[in-house]
Ligand binder design. Sequence first.
Ligand SMILES: [Zn+2]
Ligand SMILES: [Zn+2]
Length: 367
Amino acid sequence: MDLDLVFLGTSGSVPTAKRGLAGTLLRRGGERILVDCGEGTQRQLLRSSVGLVELPEIFLTHYHADHYLGLPGMLKTFALRGREAPLTVYGPPGLKDLFGILRRVFGRLSYELTLVELGPGDAVGRDDYRIEAFAVEHGVSANGYALVEEPRPGRFDLEAAKGLGVPEGPLFGRLQAGESVQLPDGSTVSPEQVLGPARSGRKIVLAGDTRAAGSVLEAARDAEVLVHEATFSVEERERADETLHATATSAAELAAAAGVRLLALTHLSNRYFGPEIVREARAVFPETVVPKDFDIIDVRFPQRGGPRLVKGGALGRHEEGEPHDKDGSGDPGERPLGGGGDSDDPALRGDPVGARVGRRDASDGAR
Ligand SMILES: [Zn+2]
Ligand SMILES: [Zn+2]
């Protein structure tokens, strides 16, 4: 089952020429779940290989403007296209109040819109995974979200099955599905006899805006990928504390303590380009990347190599060059990424993000 993250906006508080505002698309099989919808997100989707698909579900982490202002425009676009498929927006308490105001902006919709407020511990369940809301520390009503896959059945031991006299065919499938089966000779074979131990599913954690918090650490334990904000570098530690944001160092320390496989830092203040943030974090936690807009993290199963960053993987023009194969293993010979990242690659540093213009403080800590 393919599972990946598409980074649509990686800037914090204000956009830059190269980085849009918060928006991350989770793709699992054919499902598409958007987490946050900063201003410009619908255009980022249009520019990407994903396109502006009829997203069935959008999760908001909190109601600072850089995380939801793209939503009214996107909802309106869907209505202008005559969308009929229903849409559900999830968010922390305050969602319904917010939409009391936003409805005046987007007006009538052609489809059903459902609003669901989630608090820490609430989960949205699916057949084989769930999305859990967890507490963060950002000084406002805010959730982080974890996509948690259910454990998968253990590996099927073909030799053992044959040894027990199970004939090849439908009985194999039933055993794999966890059923005991009766053989033609009347004996019974139970799944434990032919299946290895259950294999844990994957976990992706998106913390949203938060300082490095114990609740995030707990939620992120053993995750394949933790997407954490790093609004500031450690030199701005005090400012981060004041505004309940994280530094690259504090996020990396949390990732190390939680034992995640890959840390992806996002929500950068416009005073940073990326390289300084990734360097700082890697000194603490080497498996750190700082994705740019349109990068993808392909979350492969551990036995297939684990998560890796695919630079520009969602750029429209790369669409054909970056196939996503069925088992999520990636094709051989692809750019090696894993814990690698882009940002301190000197070759990529020629064109600094359109930041460092205007007031240094823009409004980065404020949201
Ligand atoms: Zn923010
Ligand atoms: Zn915020």
